[in-house]
Design a protein around this ligand. Structure first.
Ligand SMILES: [Zn+2]
Length: 159
């Protein structure tokens, strides 16, 4: 951990540190979670995922936290104020410690896959392209050709 560079514009008087620098450096790491300055990636902090919308990113953060992975959001302020800017700033980034990055990435990947799997299980509702009858089919029929129960024509089930 490097000491902060001297800021010429800051008043030279700093808070008193009776314990000294060495104590400070040891205490701040590991136990404090993530004291990450917003918008700045400190040492050992990596982006594990980025999302176009703040609510998606928030879900990811709470999931990771449930897994015991420390994480936080970057660009949060910008996106929540100006959602349409989110692409311009690379979306809302979820930041984690480097040591947690692989686990976090795996976890988010699994989560996304299970979401997709769940989604594809859900029934699909659509109108028959031949007779216009409202139809409902199990999710595993997506993208297949089926027979309309009403008009008996072959129909393409939407993806
Ligand atoms: Zn039909």
């Amino acid at each position: 951990m490097k000491p902060d560079p001297v800021n010429p514009f800051e008043s030279p008087q700093t808070e008193s540190r009776p314990d000294g620098e060495a104590e400070l450096a040891g205490a701040a790491s590991e136990t404090d979670g993530l004291p990450i300055p917003r918008g700045v990636h400190g040492d050992g902090i990596v982006t594990v995922a980025s999302f176009g919308y703040i609510n998606e990113a928030s879900v990811a953060v709470s999931l990771l936290q449930q897994e015991g992975i420390n994480c936080c959001l970057d660009n949060e302020g910008i996106v929540s104020v100006n959602a349409f800017l989110s692409n311009a700033v690379g979306g809302v980034k979820v930041l984690v410690h480097e040591k947690d990055a692989e686990r976090a990435a795996c976890f988010l990947h699994e989560h996304r896959r299970s979401l997709q799997a769940k989604q594809s299980q859900e029934d699909i509702e659509f109108d028959c392209e031949e007779c216009g009858a409202p139809l409902k089919m199990p999710g595993n029929r997506r993208g297949r050709v089926e027979t309309c129960p009403k008009c008996r024509e072959f129909i393409d089930v939407p993806e």
